[in-house]
Ligand binder design. Structure first.
Ligand SMILES: [Zn+2]
Ligand SMILES: [Zn+2]
Length: 347
């Protein structure tokens, strides 16, 4: 067994504290990663607070993991000791269902093995995430990270990065496309950077005028203040694609009004209650309202390579493990620009 220091939540909505656990000995296709950094995702808070139900405790959150390979199994082909490596939201899937066959492991019909608050595919062995010093993962679910990228800033690419990259690619974002991004948080700031790197003309849509300067610094060419009704008129029918990252209740119909003929709006945030959509919001303009969930392993690697090529990383605030509970409170107030990243050296 590989003994590992970690940080865990002992029960629902209890503060996180020091914890220890054992990882499996690396099997023939496994790699052992010494974790350097782990990003703090808003879904970590949802799961620690058991807001989605069924949380497993003690819980070691964290699915934005980057580090260096320390050891590889005998049959490992793609990694060698010393390589940089990352682990995102999944550590395994069935690998044979129609979704897995299309490299869409996030939609595995048997249910993927999520990196924490879940089990391996045996449905028994608990998974523990990246708020820890080491992780053992099958190389098929490990990602290569370019040494050209700032390693701490690259950590959030493993969830926030792929979550925003995947819909931009799925809707075939091209240079000159007009992309609206709703909400400037962890996801929104990555959506702005990635869409701008793809050559799109990005407009930040936010209720907060204070976000405009930052949005423009991150690559937005325009800004729409959504607390002002005039904005919805000014931008009516404008966007090829709207990426909506907001998880608070808001009126989708108003935003669909800013989508062009046959354009699309993609939901990444999960508001607590259903939101009504008028059929007319879609019918008048043959518009698409869709959702998107992280991305498959192949696309995650493509995203990391794209980020290396375009020098895209997350804007982060590096924090010691001792500050994690304070960081959660600040995230709940929206007080982070734009992602906390845990420094494993402080564990
Ligand atoms: Zn996440
Ligand atoms: Zn599958």
């Amino acid at each position: 067994m590989i003994h590992t220091k970690a940080y865990a939540a002992p029960g629902a909505d209890q503060p996180l504290g020091p914890f220890e656990l054992d990882r499996r000995e690396p099997g023939p296709r496994d790699i052992l990663i010494e974790i350097a950094y782990c990003g703090v995702c808003h879904s970590d808070i949802h799961q620690v607070k058991d807001e989605w139900g069924g949380s497993l405790f003690p819980m070691v959150p964290g699915h934005e993991i980057v580090g260096r390979v320390a050891r590889v199994g005998a049959e490992v082909k793609g990694f060698k000791p010393g390589d940089l490596a990352g682990v995102g939201c999944m550590v395994d899937s069935c690998r044979v269902c129609p979704s897995c066959a299309r490299n869409l492991e996030q939609f595995c019909q048997k249910g993927a093995a999520f990196t924490y608050n879940g089990t391996e595919m045996d449905r028994v062995t608990r998974t523990y995430g990246g708020y820890s010093a080491r992780v053992v993962v099958d190389e098929a679910f490990a990602l290569h990270i370019s040494p050209r990228l700032d390693l701490a800033g690259a950590a959030p690419l493993l969830c926030a990065g792929i979550t925003t990259y995947s819909p931009l690619r799925h809707w075939n974002t091209r240079p000159g496309d007009k992309v609206g991004v709703v909400g400037l948080g962890g996801l929104g700031h990555m959506a702005v950077k990635l869409a701008a790197a793809m050559g799109a003309e990005v407009t930040m849509l936010s209720t907060s005028p204070a976000k405009e300067a930052d949005a423009r610094r991150l690559g937005a060419a325009g800004f729409g203040l959504t607390s002002d009704e005039a904005t919805f008129k000014r931008l009516a029918g404008r966007f090829d694609l709207i990426i909506d990252t907001i998880s608070a209740a808001h009126d989708y119909n108003k935003y669909l009004g800013m989508v062009r003929l046959e354009g699309a709006m993609v939901l990444l945030g999960v508001p607590p209650a259903p939101i009504p959509v008028a059929a007319g919001s879609l019918i008048f303009g043959r518009k698409t309202l869709s959702g998107s969930l992280i991305g498959g392993i192949k696309e995650t690697q493509e995203m990391l390579d794209f980020c290396a090529e375009h020098n895209v990383v997350s804007d982060i605030e590096l924090i010691p493990f001792a500050d994690i509970n304070k960081a959660y409170e600040r995230m709940l107030r929206g007080d982070v620009r734009y992602r906390f990243v845990l420094d494993t050296a402080t564990l």
